[in-house]
Ligand binder design. Structure first.
Ligand SMILES: Cc1ncc(COP(=O)(O)O)c(C=O)c1O
Length: 416
């Protein structure tokens, strides 16, 4: 059989980068671990613990219940949507104006983003993304022929985006601004006032503001914002805001695939058309198990959030002095490496291959070199993302020890 394809692949897929996490694992496969020097994985954002046993048991039971073998409606189980609407009040305050009719459930938050974008934009349209971006958002847009417009964020601003800079990027083709807070990859947490200013900008220009809040439960100064609390009867969040959520991280079950879109029912009517075509329905066992348990899992989420906050502090305090933290929050710390003139790609590669520490370089979260249309206003090649949620405290200390070793082992010129 020949190795050539007898047909063409789509321009969308050919123009889209390959999933970068597998590249990091390929580097790691070249490391030779031993019992005293195991591989330490701080790359993909993976919950470091299992969910409570009550939830594990309930999911198992639900998976063998006869109803879980059939389809449910494209936007999910009504009981799960009602439970999430109630939970929104716990997260955002008692006056939160979100009902089950504002919710569609999806097979994960990545699908929530795809279904939202397919409902908002066509090929040739533009969506503004802060840079560094969550690579799957950029990849989704490229797959669909929609232009990701980079909104540079700066280390001196703690990697939070500027409303003024964003305003200057809006054109007649702009359909949405898509924010992630707490951010992936930087960990930056956008303040309630910054989110309110972006909402005003979106309103002024009649565009959507998508806010992916996958990591919102790891903000301990609750609530993350007050956008869902009505400020005047004339002005509802539904006019411009689309909120996305993932159950993967807070509930520690990424393999079970559940996410949510919270938006005006006018948007969801169209979103549900997309969902019907690409998911038919979100996975049922988890919804059946979780709908009655949702409020009981809050204490577990809170304990996990405290443990991750403490691990962030431990990581910051244990890093060798030349490694500088630019931002921290949610699952991630964004760190500037100390090697002069060396790209983060090269550093991450050697960290994985030679000292057994898997990380993701900032180059995975930015436009490829030479392609950036926006002025490169920060040394974007010097940063590395560490996922502190993946590992326990002991491993965090070991990672930091090995980073210290790399300073001599790699033989590169170091910053003072
Ligand atoms: C910002 C952000 N959105 C969405 C996702 C994907 O979530 P899910 O597992 O629900 O598809 C991730 C996962 O890393 C993420 O970081």
């Amino acid at each position: 059989m020949g190795s050539k394809l007898g047909f063409k692949l789509s321009r969308g897929v050919l123009n889209t980068m390959s999933p970068p996490i597998s590249t990091a694992y390929k580097w790691a496969s070249l490391y030779r671990p031993n019992p005293g020097r195991p591989l330490l994985d701080m790359s993909q954002g993976i919950p470091g613990v299992l969910p409570p046993v009550t939830l594990q048991t309930a999911v198992g039971k639900a998976a063998s219940s006869p109803e879980s073998f059939g389809y449910c409606s494209p936007d999910g189980e009504p009981a799960m949507k009602r439970a999430l609407a109630e939970e929104m009040k716990v997260c955002y305050g008692p006056n939160t104006d979100v009902t089950a009719d504002d919710i569609s459930l999806t097979a994960g938050c990545n699908l929530a983003f795809v279904a939202t974008i397919m409902s908002l934009a066509d090929a040739g349209d533009e969506v503004i993304l802060p840079v560094p971006w969550y690579f799957n958002h950029q990849m989704d847009l490229t797959l669909l022929g929609i232009k990701p417009v980079p909104l540079q964020t700066l280390p001196e601003d703690g990697f939070t985006p500027s409303v003024e800079r964003c305003c200057s990027l809006i054109t007649s083709k702009t359909r949405a601004i898509a924010l992630v807070t707490p951010n992936n990859p930087t960990g930056a947490i956008y303040s309630p006032s910054l989110l309110a200013a972006f909402t005003d900008l979106a309103r002024k220009h009649n565009i959507a503001l998508i806010i992916d809040e996958t990591y919102r439960d790891f903000i301990l100064t609750v609530p993350p914002h007050s956008l869902f609390t009505p400020s005047s009867p004339l002005c509802s969040w539904r006019s411009n805001i689309i909120h996305l959520f993932s159950f993967s991280k807070s509930y520690c079950l990424p393999g079970h695939r559940l996410g949510a879109i919270i938006a005006s029912p006018l948007v969801l009517k169209k979103v549900n058309t997309v969902l019907d075509c690409i998911q038919i329905c979100p996975p049922r066992p988890l919804q059946l198990a979780l709908s009655s348990l949702l409020p009981t899992i809050r204490p577990f989420i809170h304990e996990t959030a405290i443990a991750i906050r403490n691990r962030h502090a431990l990581f910051r305090d244990s890093l060798p002095p030349r490694w500088k933290v630019g931002a921290q929050g949610g699952y991630f710390a964004f760190v500037r490496h100390p090697f002069i003139g060396i790209s983060s790609l090269e550093v991450s590669k050697r960290l994985a291959m030679e000292i057994g520490v898997i990380t993701l370089p900032s180059t995975f979260f930015c436009e490829e070199e030479g392609q950036a249309e926006a002025e490169i206003v920060w040394d974007q090649g010097r940063w590395i993302r560490f996922s502190v949620a993946n590992v326990d405290d002991e491993k965090v200390k070991k990672v930091c020890e090995r980073l210290g070793e790399s300073e001599t082992a790699f033989g590169w010129v170091l910053e003072d």
